[in-house]
Design a protein around this ligand. Structure first.
Ligand SMILES: Nc1ncnc2c1ncn2[C@@H]1O[C@H](COP(=O)(O)OP(=O)(O)OP(=O)(O)O)[C@@H](O)[C@H]1O
Length: 289
């Protein structure tokens, strides 16, 4: 297993994993919040009847608390992978294992808010489904709305809010059930640049405070390198993982990596061996950017 991957586990796991112990990596992925993917495969049938593997025997581990960004050309299977991880689609082969206890929260590009319910009720919806008492639902939902900067707007209906605000509500809704793994599919791509940048900062703050595992699909290389501790680049046509890298701490190294990832996605360069591409500039989970 790569040094890059090793550097991304918790401090205690890191020492163990850095010794090159593959079993330790698997153990790390089975601690709460960890995800283990083995031989994951998904086919789609084209209009001509031919079967195409969109995801083809993909294997990787995500240690608990890691923030992973998934990049790749359009059609490389990023959304399909996220849907498989979220249990919204079933694999044709392979498996996804979540450490128990586990729960998953979703944030998609289009918010999943119920237009006839207030902001508060939208955030509290998952808690209601889990049988949390009304007063406690309200308390938790109000606290989360504060966290995402929407304190005071709890009585509004979603359609009275801007796209950025709705996506904040959406994030609060996903966080309400305290997921061990947060799955995000281009959550900020429909937002203007300033709103997007503000929400990226807020997400990072929330992640630092909660340390839940985040798997974040994006088209934007700069977004991935800004947010993630680790980036995975998927190849088109079931080509698999073209690169799986720790995000370097220094801005200059990130800029260099962005150029390489661009070339990789454009098909202008060869797959990158894990860790080597970041030249040892790995980032520990305690690293605070
Ligand atoms: N339900 C489906 N039926 C048939 N083909 C599908 C289905 N869902 C996805 N595909 C195909 O699988 C491939 C991967 O789709 P997916 O949406 O996962 O890619 P993506 O990397 O997320 O793309 P984008 O970046 O454009 O969102 C595409 O070629 C798509 O046409």
């Amino acid at each position: 297993m790569s040094r890059a991957f090793a550097a991304l586990g918790s401090a205690a796991q890191t020492a163990e994993i850095a010794s090159g112990d593959d079993d330790a990596v698997a153990r790390a992925a089975t601690a709460v919040g960890g995800v283990s993917v083995r031989g994951l495969t998904k086919y789609f049938v084209a209009p001509d009847g031919a079967r195409h593997a969109v995801i083809d025997r993909l294997s990787f581990d995500v240690p608990p608390g890691q923030f992973v960004c998934v990049l790749g050309a359009s059609g490389s299977g990023k959304t399909t992978l996220l849907r498989l991880l979220g249990g919204l689609a079933s694999p044709d082969a392979g498996r996804v294992d979540f450490a128990a206890p586990s729960s998953r929260g979703f944030v998609f590009q289009q918010d999943a808010l119920l237009p006839w319910r207030s902001v508060l009720d939208n955030v509290a919806f998952g808690l209601a489904m889990r049988g949390v008492a009304r007063a406690e639902r309200r308390r938790r939902a109000l606290a989360l709305l504060d966290t995402v900067g929407l304190g005071g707007l709890h009585d509004q209906l979603p359609n009275r809010l801007s796209g950025g605000m709705r996506q904040r509500v959406n994030l609060a809704r996903a966080l309400a059930v305290e997921p061990t793994v947060l799955l995000m599919d281009e959550p900020f791509s429909a937002l203007d640049v300033r709103t997007r940048s503000r929400l990226q900062g807020e997400l990072r703050d929330i992640w630092r405070a909660r340390r839940s595992t985040v798997i974040f699909v994006t088209h934007q290389i700069d977004e991935a390198l800004q947010l993630g501790q680790r980036v995975m680049v998927l190849g088109a046509g079931g080509a698999g993982i073209l690169a799986d890298l720790a995000v370097p701490a220094s801005e200059a190294a990130r800029a260099a990596l962005a150029t390489r990832i661009h070339a990789l996605i454009d098909g202008a360069s060869q797959p990158v061996a894990a860790a080597s591409a970041v030249d040892g500039h790995v980032q520990s989970p305690e690293h605070q950017r």
